[in-house]
Design a protein. Structure first.
Lengths: 113, 116
């Protein structure tokens, strides 16, 4: 069973703080990892993707990947109330038919002003 | 580019009725997908297509059918609607990545379906 696990939250942080969102996956051979943001009533929107171990930064967002620990995280620096949303972790396991993604259930982030 | 578009945005069906959810992408992507999202349950893959004329089942295909006659269009057909099909349906598309297996997927705005 290919699984992607996330804490459902809610994760509450004050404005300006760092939000840390975590995700673990079960299939060790996975090579592609994605973070999506989903506002209530809207469709998932791609934030970042990462393929290699280590960190990848894009503006206020940093994705971190540790394949040995089967762990991927998303850091949001200087969190803003507009970052309040559900964050979905998605993984592409090896030999996954049609290169489809396996999604976690999402972590709800709440940023208070 | 409009990206991925879906129609309708909302629909209420009676039990036993049928309907087609439309999905179109203008990014010339080979891969297209249909997901359903139930509250607190994440996204589940219904069907996918790797190119025109090629479709296959995902995790939860029962009660649905698809076709892919063109690169751009990937309609989802619901036959004999049941209350269990009440959900939000998302269409997505992507290119393939021969090295890493998957490029990022881009989602349409979704169709909110209620079956009563």
């Amino acid at each position: 069973q290919k699984e992607v696990e996330q804490n459902s939250g809610p994760l509450s942080v004050p404005e300006g703080a760092i939000a840390s969102l975590n995700c673990t996956y079960s299939d060790r051979g996975s090579q592609s990892f994605f973070w999506y943001r989903q506002y209530s009533g809207k469709s998932p929107e791609l934030i970042m993707f990462i393929y290699s171990n280590g960190d990848k930064e894009d503006g206020r967002f940093t994705a971190q990947l540790n394949k040995a620990s089967q762990y991927v995280s998303l850091l949001i620096r200087d969190s803003q109330p507009s970052d309040s949303a559900t964050y979905l972790c998605a993984v592409n396991p090896p030999n996954q038919a049609g290169t489809a993604l396996i999604f976690g259930k999402g972590t709800t982030l709440s940023v208070s002003s | 580019n409009a990206g991925v578009t879906q129609t309708p945005k909302f629909r209420i069906l009676k039990i036993g009725q049928s309907m087609t959810l439309q999905c179109t992408q203008d990014m010339n992507h080979n891969y297209m997908y249909w997901y359903r999202q139930d509250p607190g349950m994440g996204l589940k893959l219904i069907y996918y297509s790797v190119g025109a004329g090629i479709t296959d089942k995902g995790e939860v295909p029962n009660g649905y059918n698809v076709s892919r006659s063109t690169t751009e269009d990937f309609p989802l057909r619901l036959e004999l609607a049941a209350p269990s099909q009440t959900s939000v349906y998302f269409c997505a598309s992507s290119q393939s990545n021969l090295v890493f297996g998957a490029y990022e997927q881009y989602f349409g705005p979704g169709t909110r379906l209620t079956v009563t």
